[in-house]
Design a protein around this ligand. Structure first.
Ligand SMILES: [Mg+2]
Length: 261
């Protein structure tokens, strides 16, 4: 049943009640929710054009490579299949470089000639100015703040996440980035560190992210409710999903009145 305050998620409710009863999710969360954890890339921030097909092509030119932007998406999907996470989910820059190199080869770069270009592209992913907030991000963050909730960022990637938050003027309490932490999502320790630094238990937090494997499954494995940000509408069967962050306050059961509106 999905009806405003009586928005019921059986799985979540069973988690919270030990499988003994059904209650409206919003009423439960009003009592226990203390913090919201956000993924960064494709959840709050959109990577800019320098990190997309044309950016690859332009950077390739600087390295004497001809990279076809039209082949980018297919190459990216193939790289996802071919380059696996570190087996123990350790943050490893070499994996990011290998992933990027695979994309460049998929776009027409010669095998064995793309590494330097890939290293430069990985550096581009560390530049804070290459990322842009989605229009719905600040309103969602502000709504969460108005309800007195703490905010954490959890991100895989090469950037310094604390510097990134400061650069973009984000009002957050905690940042846990995989380079400093040492593990990547969905490893439990990256979520546990965020919870610990925020001073909340799993049942008192919600994770919001766009990656089903990294954000959603990772958080749920620890008993953290996870809301999928499904901007493209490709996970229609996922019960706990939103297509825009503007829907987040309602999904969290936050009422406008309680937020002083
Ligand atoms: Mg993401």
């Amino acid at each position: 049943m999905r009806d405003g305050l009586y928005d019921v998620s059986p799985r979540r409710i069973l988690d919270l009640t030990g499988g003994t009863a059904w209650f409206p999710r919003a009423r439960i969360l009003d009592g226990v929710l203390k913090a919201v954890l956000f993924d960064v890339d494709f959840t709050l921030f959109r990577p800019g054009p320098e990190l997309g097909p044309d950016g690859y092509s332009r950077l390739g030119e600087q390295h004497g490579l001809t990279l076809d932007p039209a082949r980018y998406e297919e190459a990216r999907l193939a790289a996802i299949d071919e380059v696996q996470h570190h087996p123990e989910l350790v943050h490893d820059e070499e994996i990011w470089i290998a992933f990027t190199e695979h994309i460049m080869v998929g776009m027409g770069g010669d095998v064995g000639c793309c590494r330097e270009c890939a290293v430069d592209m990985v550096r581009e992913w560390e530049r804070h100015e290459n990322f842009h907030l989605y229009e719905d991000a600040l309103p969602a963050l502000e709504a969460v703040r108005r309800h007195g909730l703490r905010v954490g960022l959890i991100s895989n990637g090469q950037r310094d996440l604390a510097e990134f938050a400061e650069h973009h003027g984000l009002d957050v309490d905690v940042t846990v980035g995989s380079p400093a932490h040492g593990r990547i999502k969905p490893h439990p320790s990256i979520f546990e560190t965020a919870l610990s630094e925020l001073g909340v238990d799993p049942a008192e937090a919600v994770m919001v992210g766009d990656s089903y494997e990294d954000d959603i499954e990772g958080a749920r494995a620890l008993g953290i409710r996870a809301i999928l940000v499904d901007r493209e509408g490709v996970h229609s069967k996922e019960p706990d999903r939103i297509e825009t962050l503007l829907a987040l306050p309602a999904a969290l059961g936050l009422s406008a009145a309680a937020g002083g509106q």
